[in-house]
Design a protein around this ligand. Sequence first.
Ligand code: URA
Length: 431
Amino acid sequence: MRMYDIIKKKRDGGELTDEEIRFFVGGYVDGSIPDYQVSALLMAIYFVGMSERETATLTFAVRDSGATLQGLDVGGFRADKHSTGGVGDKTSLAVMPIVAACGVKVAKMSGRGLGHTGGTVDKLEAIEGFDTALSAEKFADVVKKVGVAIVGQSATLAPADKLLYALRDVTATVDSIPLIASSIMGKKLAACDDCIVLDVKCGSGAFMKTIEDAKRLATAMVDIGKRAGKRISALITDMDIPLGATIGNSLEVVEAIDVLRGKAPKDLTELCIALSAEILWLCGLGNRTECEEMAKQALICGRALDTLAAMVEAQGGNKKWIYDTSFFPRARFTKEVIAPKSGFISSVNAEEYGGVSLLLGAGRSKVGESIDCAAGIVLYKKTGDYVNQGEVIAVLHSSRDCFDAAESKLLAATVIGDKPTKRPLVLDRVE
Ligand code: URA
């Protein structure tokens, strides 16, 4: 088999065989196929696409390229939730303790921030002492005892994705539905959970900007999960507006704790309950209404908050911070952003808001850069709200002197008009 022939076949609109797909993934991981040939194939896939079968085979090849968590014994049915990435998306920090408090085991591997989007691992590391690099034994032990553990992505899992993603990042081939689906699902399948709920974000702050693309991506990922014998479904949710009222690591952890204390903004709490109920339903714990009620009860009685505190303690963190969030570090400086005129906030560019938070120090512009966990934005007004000229729209938090640029960027990304426009939070569901 020759890589040249595989590139040519895909370039000319052909459908690759399972052997051809496994040949190129295997050859790229073992170094026998060079970057320039894989780049050419990725570009051909970007333009020609892949059939459902090809996408599934590529995913399975990514899954099989390294170790899996098949043997991880956590003493029960394992569930996971995956977000395709957004701005202010701290749902994992609340949803995972909620479902664990309802009896589902969660052994979660999460990522760091990517571009303008945040990552759960960076957020958890805002908690003093929290260890996101547990050994496999300790990881399983915490899940068995507490019901939930969250760690960083293991380098031995799906190494093909690490290589392919890095190449896509520099060859303008990231935003291809079969490539995104196989990248996300390859890692998810290597984690070997029994049940997976996908939160496919759609809008200005997401990789998928339109509902049609979000639905295509959700359908492709659900199809792959089904072929692998998983219980899987996807919610397509709005990411035209940052989720909740905070963007930035410590600020978001505190807001997720607020969800578990019943004090968080309505949109964030509503999505956390919807995602938790979806997981409980997929796990067979009841019908939809019963599962929603179960998730709400776990919040109301405080069990979900205690589960988060127990997880933090078991992973080396200071659990006092969960019950008293005044311990979280604060940025040295803050600056209010003031509405330049009166009217309804008719739209915001959520990706640009993510960019403002990067400017303030909450994210990385290069791999490996350190982040300021206290930096970020607190939103006082969001899309659909009325503002009076001179009112505070947002407060910027940072330890850097970068407020002028951050303020201009935030105001440029905020449209104040005559009409309130807002769409529902859960836009669709793919089962
Ligand atoms: N997240 C991933 O893990 N992979 C992609 O391709 C895009 C987002």
